[in-house]
Write a protein that binds this ligand. Structure first.
Ligand code: SF4
Ligand code: SF4
Length: 234
């Protein structure tokens, strides 16, 4: 789809996949969604208006606007909507109608890097392991956590956990609470050294095929390490 080229509802598959276009018709325009939305007002974003525009067939305008990219897809509005309209899912569907090259840069770059290297930072495996072990050493210096080590690629562990990319980049301190809890609970857990990223880039960009690839890699890690429980804290 070229930029500013209209999207016609009729051009979409009418058989199975367009129910989302009509669910918005149930909207009462009560604005409960807007009242709880943490980003309502940013660039005049209003989830109620977005729902109404889709309901009125103005899908083209919504797709070309910034609004679907302002919504954080947090799902808070869904909890308040008396009609159960899933605006985060609507946002994902709208995002999927944007041509890849017009997806905002940080998301398209993150997705491309994650698909190519297994994580959006393009962090080499040895650097990833170094960071985990370095933070693990700091945890081991805490009272009661002497001897702590980070179990990497532990075959047969009970839980495999994914890692949000920022936890091995700018927020390494945020790894520690997870690990303290695992330790206190006596949990048998591990982290995969490849394809460890839990950030759902495919979901954020509305790219279901990319999401399948990333989820498939996590499943493959579980098979390889013979683990049947996944903790995916994204
Ligand atoms: S899902 Fe989007 S519209 Fe709904 S509350 Fe979150 S940011 Fe707002
Ligand atoms: S809360 Fe639901 S019914 Fe009310 S305006 Fe928002 S989407 Fe429409």
């Amino acid at each position: 789809m070229a930029e500013n080229q209209p999207i016609h509802i009729e051009a979409l598959n009418p058989d199975c996949c367009n129910q989302w276009l009509y669910q918005q018709d149930a909207c009462l325009t009560c604005a409960m969604c807007a009242s709880v939305c943490p980003v309502a007002g940013v660039d005049n974003y209003d989830p109620r208006k977005m729902v109404r525009m889709v309901s009125l067939g103005m899908v083209d305008q919504v797709v070309q606007s910034r609004w679907p990219w302002i919504c954080t897809m947090c799902g808070k509005c869904e909890q308040s909507c008396p009609m159960g309209i899933d605006i985060s899912d609507l946002t994902r569907k709208i995002r999927s109608l944007r041509e890849g090259k017009h997806v905002p840069g940080i998301l398209s770059k993150g997705l491309a890097a994650a698909l190519e290297t297994g994580n959006n930072l393009s962090l080499p495996k040895e650097d990833f392991i170094f960071i985990l072990e370095d933070v693990g050493d700091e945890v081991a210096e805490e009272p009661g956590l002497e001897g702590f080590t980070v179990p990497i690629d532990k075959k047969g562990a009970r839980i495999l956990t994914t890692i949000h990319n920022k936890l091995v980049n700018t927020h390494t301190e945020d790894l520690k609470p997870w690990w303290r809890i695992f330790h206190a609970a006596g949990e048998d857990w591990t982290i995969a050294s490849d394809n460890w990223e839990g950030t759902t880039w495919g979901y954020f960009t509305g790219d279901d095929e990319a999401m399948k690839v990333m989820a498939g890699r996590i499943v493959e890690n579980m098979r390889r390490l013979e683990i049947d429980t996944l903790l995916w804290p994204e």
